[in-house]
Design a protein around this ligand. Structure first.
Ligand SMILES: [Zn+2]
Ligand SMILES: [Zn+2]
Length: 374
């Protein structure tokens, strides 16, 4: 391809190199057209001016034939009848379709008066571990749009009627010709008179100001089943926002968080807890009382239990959310080593030590370290 000196700055406007492919040009144009479109820049004449220039550049570079002409002669003759979209190849084609989808919201051309499901709502709910184990019914507060009871959702004051919009014949949409430097584009836009609803309310309901819906605070009861864990999401069917134009309501999603418990640590359906015994109890064996979700439980520890030993109480863990049954409670034994012994207790322990052949001599830290390292 011959060197292009870009006399009208078309390549610069479209922010592409002279050797760009048609695809690259199209991609860059889409991006720029979105960025500078007047709908996206209300009250910004500079953006509008730039939008026109970008369009002008694309009308040439977007058409391989005109681009070739521009590259060679630095201008595009009017012999082909200008850049009008109806003269030969239409470089805008699908692009304007995309743009208007974007500006008309979410890429959906669903009519504004079609029934639509209300939005879903989300709330979070904290439950204690014990509530999660037993299941609980809790209240959550939501603020949501509900159908106005006074007007039954029509938006019209009692005793008055909702009329079909004359401008759009009740369709909610009108066809509008948009003038651009390259000719007219006919687009379908929401009717300005009725706001796309197709209906006109002469006397709006005083309760909802004609919207047919009202924001209300509600306290809803949520049944939390046994066995839930943090991250579980409950769905309350129809608990979300009211539907639009007679559509069904959205759902309410409740995100659960199970609070930490002072006694139990959860691991899936199992629980862990600690039981502290004294040194003599550990040596001689004993009966301990273990706290479980169901109350205290007695358990015999064998003589010679060591710190860190564990035992398992079957079926004393969390209930399974699906499939019934319960996990286990795993009890970790810790042995309490007393810091302050009475003189008598001290002598007894010293006697015990020599009886066991491990005499104790008070030693400095370094001495102890040496012994330990050797
Ligand atoms: Zn209308
Ligand atoms: Zn109302």
């Amino acid at each position: 391809m011959a060197a292009v000196d870009d006399p009208k700055g078309f390549y610069r406007l479209l922010e592409v190199p002279a050797g760009a492919s048609q695809d690259e040009i199209k991609k860059s144009y889409r991006k720029l057209a979105r960025m500078y479109h007047p709908d996206a820049n209300p009250g910004n004449p500079e953006a509008e001016e730039h939008f026109k220039l970008v369009n002008e550049a694309y009308a040439v570079l977007g058409d391989p034939e005109k681009r070739e002409q521009y590259n060679r002669f630095g201008t595009v003759g009017n012999g082909g009848g200008g850049y009008g979209p109806f003269s030969g190849q239409d470089p805008f084609g699908d692009i304007f379709g995309d743009l208007f989808d974007t500006f008309m919201g979410g890429g959906s051309r669903a009519r504004a008066n079609a029934p639509r499901q209300g939005s879903d709502l989300e709330v979070s709910l904290n439950v204690s571990l014990r509530e999660a184990a037993a299941g609980v019914t809790k209240k959550v507060n939501v603020t949501r749009r509900e159908r106005c009871e006074k007007c039954g959702g029509t938006g019209a004051e009692l005793g008055t009627n909702v009329e079909s919009c004359r401008d759009c014949g009740g369709r909610g949409q009108v066809e509008q010709a948009a003038r651009t430097p390259f000719g007219q584009f006919v687009t379908v836009v929401p009717c300005a008179r009725c706001g796309g609803t197709g209906r006109v309310i002469k006397s709006p309901c005083t309760e909802c100001r004609g919207e047919g819906q009202k924001r209300v605070k509600r306290e809803l009861e949520v049944r939390v089943p046994p066995g839930v864990d943090t991250g579980v999401r409950l769905r309350v069917n129809g608990g979300g926002e009211a539907g639009i134009n007679g559509g069904p309501p959205g759902d309410l999603y409740v995100h659960l968080e199970v609070e930490p418990d002072p006694l139990f640590i959860r691991d899936g359906n199992d629980l862990h807890t600690q039981s502290v015994v004294s040194f003599p109890q550990a040596v001689l064996g004993c009966q301990v009382e273990v706290s479980t979700l169901d109350g205290l439980e007695k358990k015999d520890l064998p003589a010679g239990t060591r710190p860190g030993d564990t035992f398992r109480l079957k079926g004393k863990g969390m209930p399974r959310l699906r499939g019934g049954g319960r996990g286990d409670l795993i009890v970790h034994v810790d042995v309490d080593v007393p810091k302050n012994l009475s003189e008598k207790a001290k002598r007894l322990v010293e006697d015990l030590a020599s009886e066991m052949g491990t005499p104790v001599q008070p030693a400095g830290f370094l001495d102890r370290l040496k012994t330990w390292l050797s």
